[in-house]
Write a protein that binds this ligand. Structure first.
Ligand SMILES: Cc1cc2nc3c(=O)[nH]c(=O)nc-3n(C[C@H](O)[C@H](O)[C@H](O)COP(=O)(O)O)c2cc1C
Length: 221
């Protein structure tokens, strides 16, 4: 018996081996060869797909890392310094622009830190940290807290929170957070902080970050 192909399947010859049915004895050799190749193609694609999924790799993006960074740079943000204390009481602090609001009920915020940051183990394990939204006048502080190996606290005015977290003076807003959760994604660790206390000072314009540069001119309008 021989099944005829519908006009649709005749047009789409690629899927023909799946629906073409021959009586075993009469099937030409070319049919079985095509069928075997279609099966092998299917198996190969399934293996490739499963390897990509388990390794987390997709096809390479159609843009360069430079283009990606430049596009991200068009997203203007404020600048924060996030502080905590290590197990021996040593203060740590780092400049971070990846801060953002997450939830109102409960009060949650998020930020991310590169997996290579020296302060990462302390932020990962501390019970509390503080997020300082910097005022325009604090650009030198933002630069200091981004500088590798710099003494960041000796000449920086600060006092301790009830949990012993170093709180910087003169910021435009401060969020004192419980270290609620973290989640590794790509080359960064995403932190989720539960805000236990916050304050803000409208009279202090914020420091802004855009296209890789910090701006002290404040907001227009
Ligand atoms: C404006 C600005 C924003 C930054 N934002 C981030 C950020 O969101 N996440 C991050 O991991 N590093 C960020 N950095 C780089 C870190 O501040 C810098 O690598 C860090 O201070 C090094 O920390 P460490 O001393 O713990 O290694 C930023 C730097 C600047 C100048």
């Amino acid at each position: 018996m021989r099944c005829r192909l519908s006009p649709f399947h005749q047009r789409h010859a690629g899927i023909a081996p799946i629906i073409e049915v021959f009586d075993g004895a009469q099937a030409p050799l070319s049919f079985w060869i095509r069928r075997t190749f279609a099966g092998l193609r299917f198996l190969h694609q399934a293996l490739v797909n499963s390897a990509l999924t388990t390794s987390g790799l997709r096809s390479a993006p159609a843009f360069s890392q430079r283009e990606f960074r430049d596009a991200l740079g068009q997203f203007a943000t404020g600048v924060t310094i996030i502080t905590a204390r290590g197990p021996e009481g040593q203060p740590v602090g780092t400049t971070v622009s990846s801060f953002n609001a997450l939830s109102l009920h409960p009060s949650l915020v998020l930020w991310s830190l590169g997996l290579g940051a020296k302060s990462l183990p302390i932020f990962k394990n501390c019970s509390h940290y503080a997020i300082h939204v910097l005022a325009a006048s604090q650009k030198p502080l933002a630069e200091l807290f981004a500088l590798k190996g710099a003494d960041r606290f000796s000449h920086t005015a600060h006092h301790d929170s009830v949990h012993g977290v170093p709180l910087l003076d003169e910021c435009t807003a401060v969020f004192e957070c419980r270290n609620r959760n973290h989640h590794e994604e790509g080359d960064h660790l995403i932190f989720i902080g539960e805000v236990e206390h916050c304050e803000h000072h409208r009279e202090r314009p914020p420091l802004l970050y855009h296209a890789g540069h910090m701006h002290t001119g404040g907001l227009m309008g």
